[in-house]
Design a protein around this ligand. Structure first.
Ligand SMILES: *Cc1c(COP(=O)(O)O)cnc(C)c1O
Length: 385
């Protein structure tokens, strides 16, 4: 058995990120400034998006996107139960109503057929999540949006970088929100990015920083740079140059991170496809998977223990894991506010009970991955029916 604990998802920070932060701290500009603008530019180029706005989180990015599109009280936004809860929280925060559509059993992404069944005259937007880094089925979702005049806001917290039918995630919907949280494929400790067309990014920029209209500076240039006008009651979601300097180094390293992620996935898949008690994750042929998560599913009918006990057994074998996600509709706030029952979204509820996210990050060695595989095999050997 493994001697030291293998953490689930530590960040991959090199001396280069450390030097970049120190360099920024030695300048006179540590909050939003030239490095943040430069990060937006290089990010845009990488994704192939027309425009981008760097923010302090993906949650903030989603909140800004909803506000910039004018979504509010009386509006409905359709999203997935299989997500981190901030996806639903921001819908609630703008005063709109979150509507859940169940997920597809293979990818655990929002099911376009379930979405279609939930569109009403009040529906204003679709908010798909690219679960684990596997793009949601965007073609039917975009077609539904077009037919019903809906906005599409994508939660791409896991999808950096991913493609759907050859197109980069970040170039498809009205807004795409990325996360640079500590565990994500690219990190700035905390951070996020919105991509969209330049007009929408201009609106989002206004909402992201107090609603202060910088165009006023141009109009009133004679009055000097102290002058601004507040034109909407905006938020305070700007990224700092300290974060941006980390992000630019991470972006340079991203391709090597992704290469390592794919190797680890191949090593896991080769092993787990030989074990009838577990089910490896799906990757459909029309996508490039970002492999943010490696979600193993247990065949509970072949085991004498449940998922939670399986996680405890792995922990005793020094393997850190996680669960993605506790579905939105199981949280007390949403149960009580929306009256949702666990079985209302049977696929999300059922799959939730058998998922375990295994360690997947570029710092894992071949031996680390072998340790995880051996631990899973050992638990299965002890607890199979
Ligand atoms: C991490 C995550 C978020 C939130 O990202 P932050 O940058 O921490 O705000 C949103 N949605 C999903 C699916 C996530 O995994």
């Amino acid at each position: 058995m493994r001697k030291t604990f293998l953490p689930f998802s530590p960040p991959s920070i090199s001396e280069e990120e450390i030097a970049a932060v120190v360099d920024t701290l030695r300048t006179d500009w540590i909050t939003t400034g030239p490095k943040t603008r430069e990060f937006e530019t290089v990010f845009c180029e990488y994704i192939g998006a027309p425009s981008a706005l760097a923010l302090n989180s993906c949650t903030g990015a989603l909140h800004v996107a909803l506000a910039a599109l004018g979504i509010g009280p009386g509006d409905e936004v359709i999203t997935t139960p299989m997500t981190f809860v901030s996806t639903a929280n921001v819908i609630h925060q703008v005063g709109a109503t979150p509507i859940l559509a169940d997920v597809e059993p293979d990818t655990l992404n929002i099911d376009p057929i379930q979405v279609a069944a939930r569109i009403t005259p009040r529906t204003k937007a679709l908010l798909p999540v690219h679960y684990g880094g596997h793009p949601a089925d965007m073609a039917p979702l975009l077609a539904l949006a077009k037919a019903h005049n809906l906005f599409v806001i994508e939660d791409a917290a896991h999808a950096m970088p991913a493609t759907y039918e050859g197109q980069r995630i970040g170039t498809l919907g009205d807004f795409t929100a990325f996360s640079f949280y500590a565990t994500k494929n690219l990190t700035t400790a905390e951070g996020g990015m919105l991509t969209a067309n330049p007009d929408r990014i201009q609106d989002a920029r206004l909402w992201s920083l107090h609603g202060m209209n910088r165009d006023a500076w141009k109009r009133y240039s004679a009055e000097g740079s102290w002058y601004y006008e507040v034109v909407v009651p905006g938020f305070k979601y700007n990224m700092t140059d300290i974060q941006a300097s980390i992000g630019m180094v991470q972006l340079k390293r991203l391709e090597s991170f992704q290469q390592r992620r794919r190797e680890i996935v191949a090593q896991y898949n080769a092993a787990f496809s030989q074990m009838p008690e577990v089910q490896p994750p799906t990757a459909r042929p029309n996508v490039e998977h970002a492999w943010h998560l490696y979600v193993l599913r247990l065949h509970l009918d072949r085991l004498t223990i449940n998922r939670s006990q399986f996680i405890e057994e792995l922990k005793e074998r020094n393997i850190g894991t996680s669960v993605h996600f506790i579905p939105v509709h199981l949280h007390p706030f949403y149960r009580e506010t929306c009256g949702w029952m666990p079985e209302d979204f049977p696929v999300a509820y059922g799959e939730y009970q058998r998922t375990i996210s295994l360690p997947l990050h570029p710092r894992l060695s071949v031996e680390d991955v072998n340790d995880v595989i051996e631990a899973v095999q050992d638990v299965i050997t002890h607890y199979r029916c």
